[in-house]
Design a protein around this ligand. Structure first.
Ligand code: PLP
Length: 391
């Protein structure tokens, strides 16, 4: 069965060109980049070249890039660096819709003496900037806000927020794991102190991430160890993956235009087609300020997991905004923060496309999904009850 892969916000395939670039570093160019011999030194130079490529994608300086093992490590590094560098400040701010990589660390910090402000979003997933402004204090050490939401695709106005924070002595970090490679990310224009990204979201390998640290930002390492990454992250460099991320950064630059045009058009075809064909379906997220590849749609009165299982029978890969926790299907914290109605929050499905998707694949989903929803609704006592009201 052919796979129709529309779950690229979860992870992406490694682009064949990235894979090819990585291969020599396993069996031929395996020297330690820190070695005195030229065999290892060559690897060090290739790591430097990869750093330059990633820096170019972000409009950063190569020295401002720290390679890590994933987006989660980048987020933890940034958050701990900010609070350790400002030990007298005990207030930190984030949004209610962050990825667990930030959310769960903030929840942990709340238990260890930090006062946390969770900035709300409206029903379209748009951040409440007035709330943020009113909660900034002299005690605020850090504001960490994602560039783009992994579930809804909604983009936060990072440059505007940086402007709001300017001159206040507050560290500004953004989790841009979902944004890099999908929309232009220019760290200089954005005015950030730190930014996280992850290789496996942009057609690079899993197990590699990076953190941008603006020159002059106070920093302390999270992984304390060797002198690698100029003392900012201990651990022998993952040369194959760093080279892979470098190649993926070049490709991401090339793909940005296609993301904005062809991938956006495919996403819109899918989204418009589903909303038109399926009654009681609602778009989750602001239509205009979203990642071009992402759509999140709720189908009222059906369970997301049931939809996914039925899509799976046709080889269609997507994600649901509800997760099976402790035996009950709980809507995600993102759907709850957006106030998605109870009847809809359980049936939210995210499709996240890539340049590898085709119009034929979109049409395949448009053919298969409406009868799936129809069939599930026929089995749902809630739909039968609601049907009388909603016709
Ligand atoms: N932040 C966001 C917004 C994400 O979507 C993800 C992964 O889904 C992460 C952080 C974590 O990245 P990684 O899987 O590389 O640790």
């Amino acid at each position: 069965m052919a796979i129709v892969y529309m779950d690229n916000n979860a992870t992406t395939k490694v682009d064949p060109a990235v894979f090819e670039a990585m291969l020599p570093y396993f069996t031929e160019l395996y020297g330690n980049a820190s070695s005195m011999h030229s065999f290892g030194g060559a690897v060090g130079r290739d790591i430097a070249a990869a750093r330059e490529k990633l820096a170019e994608l972000l409009n950063a300086e190569p020295g401002e890039i720290v390679f890590t093992s994933c987006g989660t490590e980048s987020d933890s590094t940034a958050i701990y660096a900010a609070i350790r560098s400002n030990p007298d400040k005990k207030h930190i701010i984030t949004s209610r819709v962050e990825h667990p990589a930030v959310k769960n660390l903030y929840e942990y910090l709340a238990k260890t003496g930090y006062r946390v402000t969770w900035v709300p979003v409206d029903k379209e997933g748009v951040l409440d900037l007035d709330f943020l402004r009113h909660h900034l204090t002299d005690d605020t050490a850090l504001v960490s806000l994602m560039w783009a939401n992994n579930e809804s695709g909604v983009i936060f106005p990072i440059a505007k927020i940086a402007e709001m924070l300017r001159g206040k002595g507050i560290v500004f970090h953004s989790d841009a794991v979902q944004a890099v490679g999908k929309v232009p990310v220019d760290v200089k224009a954005a005015g950030l102190d730190m930014l996280s990204l992850s290789g496996h979201k942009l057609y690079g390998p899993k197990g590699i991430g990076a953190l941008y640290v603006r020159k002059g930002t106070k920093f302390s390492p999270f992984m304390i160890g060797g002198h690698q990454e100029r003392g900012r992250r201990g651990g022998t460099e993952n040369a194959p993956s760093i080279v892979g991320l470098g190649r993926a950064s070049e490709l991401a630059q090339e793909h940005l235009q296609e993301m904005d045009t062809r991938v956006r058009a495919l996403r819109n075809r899918l989204e418009d087609g589903l909303l038109k064909a399926i009654p009681n379906s609602l778009l989750n997220g602001k239509k205009d300020e979203r990642l071009p590849n992402t759509t999140n749609i709720s189908f009222e009165y059906v369970e997301g997991e049931a939809i996914l299982l039925m899509l799976d029978q046709f080889g269609i890969c997507a994600s649901s905004g509800s997760a099976c926790t402790s035996g009950s299907l709980e809507p995600s914290h993102v759907m709850r923060a957006m106030g998605v109605p109870f009847t809809a929050a359980h049936g939210s499905i995210r499709f996240s496309l890539s340049p590898y998707n085709t119009e034929a694949e979109v049409d395949f989903v448009l053919e298969k999904l409406p009868p799936i929803i129809e069939r599930l609704r026929q089995m749902s006592p809630f739909w039968k009850g609601a049907g009388c009201r909603l016709q």
